[in-house]
Design a protein around this ligand. Structure first.
Ligand code: GFB
Length: 321
């Protein structure tokens, strides 16, 4: 039974449950799979989550009892701004198909993952959950944000109309092992790790940073997020989405300096204002989950070192640093 503010009096047990991690090859999904190695997974070549018939069939055949919906089309500021149709369509289809199939098969619990970009561009900071839909969105990621808002609303609607235990979590900007290292789609951390490493290797004198360097971002290591999601699955059953942030805010300029130092790039950082800054600030208020007992454990500098080590490892660059 849900007690105050959606927190359960007795935790929900995941022990022995058939848990499906939808999106198990992504950064968040693989962090969850490291913690839930027996979870059900399905390869994207075997099941396209945008295919309603395929998703319905797979879910009815595999009968998960718990679903973590970590599958999404994601990308950095430029990818979001360049491909709004893909970000809106793919994410709407994935969410609608998985959430409806979860209802049809009668799962005990579903956790949907959103993003801090669902909140208004000029939301009061730190952003509380009740800022949702109170003002216009940031234009560079409006399509993705609208899709994620639709996902939250689907969870709330199935909960209200059918009593489903569908909850949603809103992480801040994430990074860590399994991130997308591809300049066209990367978020800022993998992009700068990749660019700083290449600049060091080629002996370049400058490193190009997009935008002005002044925007502030809150970053959370994906392993911290995975712990928070398991915490929420066991302890939370509220309709209101749950903010999950690190509480640590940094400017893009300071982040770029940190990454350059970790990678060992000694040249100059050059800001290219042709590229968008995006929202100036999006620091979330995560006090609800903090007060319930979850707190992050990986500070940004430690996490960046781990992310750089992972990048070198997977790119076969063991001797490069
Ligand atoms: O991480 P990022 O792409 O996402 O960019 P957003 C964050 C900031 O870093 C922006 C700057 O101000 C960028 O201009 N930046 C500097 C760079 N250099 C680079 C670079 O080389 N690559 C990238 N990508 N950025 C995304 C949303 O917004 O955040 C998504 O578009 C999602 O929808 C995600 O919400 C978490 O924080 O601006």
């Amino acid at each position: 039974m849900a007690a105050k503010d959606g927190w359960l009096e007795a935790p929900y047990s995941l022990e022995g449950k058939r848990i499906w991690i939808a999106g198990s090859t992504g950064m968040v999904g693989s962090a969850l799979l490291r913690r839930l190695p027996k979870a059900l997974t399905v390869d994207r070549r075997a099941l396209d989550l945008r295919d309603q018939t395929g998703v319905r069939r797979w879910v009815l055949e595999n009968k998960p009892e718990v679903i973590i919906l970590a599958a999404a089309k994601v990308g950095g500021i430029l990818a979001n701004d360049t491909y709004p149709a893909d970000f809106l369509y793919d994410n709407l289809m994935i969410e609608a198909n998985v959430i409806h199939a979860a209802y049809e098969v009668g799962v005990e619990k579903l956790l949907f993952l959103g993003s801090s970009c669902i909140y208004p561009k000029d939301a009061p900071q730190p952003i509380k959950e009740d800022a949702l839909l109170s003002a216009p969105l940031e234009p560079t990621n409006e399509a993705y944000a609208l899709a994620k808002i639709a996902g939250i609303k689907l969870c709330q609607a199935y909960k209200r109309q059918y009593g489903c235990s569908f909850i949603s979590a809103m992480p801040c900007n994430l990074y860590g092992p399994g991130d997308q290292f591809d300049e066209r789609v990367s978020h800022v951390i993998p992009a700068l790790i990749m660019k700083a490493h290449a600049a060091k290797e080629t002996g370049a004198e400058t490193l190009e940073i997009w935008g002005s360097g002044t925007p502030l971002r809150e970053f959370l290591h994906v392993d911290d997020l995975a712990e928070a999601l398991l915490f929420a699955l066991r302890r939370y059953d509220g309709a209101t989405p749950l903010n999950i942030g690190s509480g640590q805010e940094v400017s893009i300029a300071a982040l770029a300096r940190m990454i350059a130092d970790i990678v060992g790039f000694k040249g100059k950082l050059v800001y290219n204002k042709v590229y968008p800054d995006g929202v100036e600030r999006k620091m979330m208020d995560s006090s609800r989950i903090n007060q319930a007992g979850w707190n992050p454990s990986i500070d940004l500098e430690t996490g960046l070192k781990v992310a750089y080590a992972w990048y070198r490892e997977q790119a076969g660059l063991r001797d490069a640093a």
